[in-house]
Design a protein around this ligand. Structure first.
Ligand code: AMP
Length: 281
């Protein structure tokens, strides 16, 4: 596996692979890799001749009060995981490699970015779209892999890719969970023992909501209030949102219908966690 921090080195390698007729898969990450990232990488390795992973904590997707400086990092462990999973190129740029001092161009997917996480993190998806668009132009992959764990992010990236006519297939991959249900996340490392137990209210609420809809319940308020009840019973938990939306547009719906996303964001102490499910209702 080659490791580089240089945009030009990525371009040169991918150009060479193209000359040899290889297909290229791409998995963008912020590092501190776990089995969730690994599942995306494994899928990319299966479906492409060559795989590029980016490992970059993107400063412009963090709000001023957010956890950019404390976001967990472990490049050695990330390299080991990527190498073992069959990654061909790990791109680990410094922020200065990605952003010129007078950088001033942004990509924004309107409306689809406004609700859910976009409401409490107003500049987040603009930062995500901008960095992913840049990474797409650097890597120029055939396919790019994203987790459904970040369901709104996936919808936003799909929208951007369609709207800007980027010739890249966006592949969504299922949520990978801990044995007890907690969705795997680099941010889980912030939780102390007590908070780690409290964090189970997210997946418990998600599983209940999913079960209710599968049993035939369609009314959003009925489903969401049953979910809220579980979360509110946990003293360490504070709800950011519990919502039902159209899985493609992210617009609020009152009845589960078509591709339906139920998504939640919950503060456990000072850590904000998200979880969701999508089903065809
Ligand atoms: P991040 O490093 O948090 O920016 O995540 C990089 C990619 O991994 C995103 O597409 C995430 O949706 C995906 N991802 C993170 N956690 C999980 C998980 N538990 N299951 C599946 N995909 C995940």
């Amino acid at each position: 596996m080659e490791i580089t921090g240089l945009i030009e080195a990525v371009r040169a390698q991918v150009k060479e692979w193209r000359r040899q007729g290889h297909s290229v898969g791409f998995v963008p990450t912020m590092g501190y890799l776990h089995e969730g990232h690994e599942s995306l990488i494994q899928r990319a390795v299966k479906e492409n001749d060559k795989v590029v992973v980016s490992d970059f904590v993107n400063p412009i997707q963090f709000g001023a009060q957010e956890d950019l400086s404390t976001y967990p990092r472990d490049l050695d462990a990330d390299c080991a995981l990527c190498e073992a999973a069959g990654v061909d190129l790990l791109f680990h740029p410094a922020p200065e490699e990605m952003y010129a001092p007078d950088f001033s161009t942004y990509v924004k997917a309107e409306r689809v970015s406004d609700g859910l996480c976009g409401k409490s993190r107003p500049t987040h998806f603009q930062g995500v779209c901008t960095v992913v668009c840049k990474l797409f132009h650097i890597v120029m992959p055939d396919r790019a892999y994203f987790g459904q764990k970040d369901a709104q992010q996936l919808a936003v990236i799909r929208r951007m890719t369609r709207d800007l006519n980027l010739d890249i297939a966006i592949v969504g991959c299922p949520i990978i969970r801990e044995a007890d249900g907690l969705a795997k996340s680099s941010r889980n490392t912030y939780l102390n023992e007590e908070e780690r137990t409290a964090a189970l209210v997210l997946s418990r609420a998600i599983f209940l909501g999913e079960e209710l809809i599968k049993q035939g319940e369609r009314d959003a308020e009925t489903v969401l209030s049953a979910m809220r009840e579980i979360i509110l019973a946990e003293p360490l938990a504070r709800i950011d949102y519990v919502e039902m939306v159209d899985a493609d547009t992210m617009e609020t719906i009152r009845q589960a219908k078509g591709r339906t996303l139920v998504a939640i964001a919950v503060w456990i102490g000072t850590t904000r966690l998200i979880d969701n499910f999508i089903l065809e209702a």
